[in-house]
Write a protein that binds this ligand. Sequence first.
Ligand code: HMG
Length: 424
Amino acid sequence: MEKIWSGFYKKNREERLNVIKNANLLDESHLELIEKNVVLDYETANNMVENVVGTFSLPFSVVPDFVVDDKTYLVPLVTEEPSVVAACNNAGKIVATSGGFKTTIHDRKMIGHVALYDIKDAENAEKIILENKALLLATANEAYPSIVKRGGGACDIDVKILSENETTFVVVYLVVDTLEAMGANMLNTMLEAIKVSLETLTGGISLMAILSNYATSSLITTKCEIPFDKLTSKDNGEDLAKRIELASKFAKIDVYRAATHNKGIFNGIDSIVIASGNDWRAVEAACQSYAAKNGRYEGLSTWTCNFENKTLIGELTLPMPVASVGGSIGINPSVKLARHLLKNPNAKTLASIIVSVGLAQNLAALRALVGEGIQKGHMKLHAKSLAILAGATNDILDEVVDKLRKEKHMNLATAKKIVEEILD
Ligand code: HMG
């Protein structure tokens, strides 16, 4: 761990900004964005989406010393939920001192499809489509020449025949290298261009032509290997490691647990995806559908013990169709800042960091869940929100939080009682 970041979370805002300044991560203009808390202005917001009446804020936090592929990052997280940032900090630190996360980028392409129906001979249609692959790819690329100029573009076509009751669809999948973009508009333009040719070739009718969010050609795997004794200071860590392995097995077989297990992963993933200006609905759709890839919804991460090495090994593979350009990325000042803090990663590097944040978040949650329980750490940090909700103003906030943390029942009613007592 770099010394300058030590105790970062215990500092006040001014001290934190000084640490960031001294870390030389930001130039003057970006330092100003952070110092003056510059956020999206109304005029820009009004040009981004429809019916705008204002802008909406969320806390912007950073997690220092997050190590992915031997590089150390200051990870920006945007979330409203107490303890998510602390959890990422906590697990990020444990993993950083164990060699960090190591990632593998399997591929970075996007898939879209055209669904055709009313085809008399589906097998023959499939044959014709595949025979005309080169022509179809050329048509797709002609529809979006700029991506071809940059070195990407449509590169493959696949066909599936799918039937539901009496209806048969011939589904044509187009695979596109979208380079640094997420590629939704690119794919949709290309798909709409080839749908006419597909109708002519097959005699069928196109039902729709659209990108798929099931981004199985954008898979990233992240791994970490943690010595048992780094998991806890209480004992040699073996029991905790075994219980984390059991928790990961449990999440593979019980859908009720799997949903919560994965929610914990997305506490981190959504926070960094939002900070990086990417489409978190697309990421959620991709990953939640990937959780059902084996025919049932499962926990996405896997934790196993290596008793010979006395290590706990974590692994998470996810589709991560994120971009470094396009969408709100060049527009929102907070996103520009977040990207600078991450040293302006390209799409693949950003995806590697995001998936690693997901695994860190999962480790922190499981470590707490199978250890002392989630409430102790979570509620400790939730106390501030409760105190504010109970009407604590800044001058009495710390006092209310201190008293609340000592109470057996840490809830809104108790917080209100404490505020009343102090103000009396
Ligand atoms: P702790 O070990 O009780 O506290 O952790 P600690 O004071 O010993 O701190 C340990 C480290 O945590 C610190 O190390 C920090 O890195 C970090 P240090 O730097 O001091 O050497 N840390 C903090 N970082 C930033 N701000 C803070 C802060 N406090 C500690 N204020 C902690 C306490 C909350 C971190 C731990 O209990 C934890 O990781 N819990 C998990 C919390 C969590 O997952 N929250 C998400 C919300 S719950 C949920 O939605 C998901 C869930 O349902 C998912 C699932 O079921 O799988 C749980």
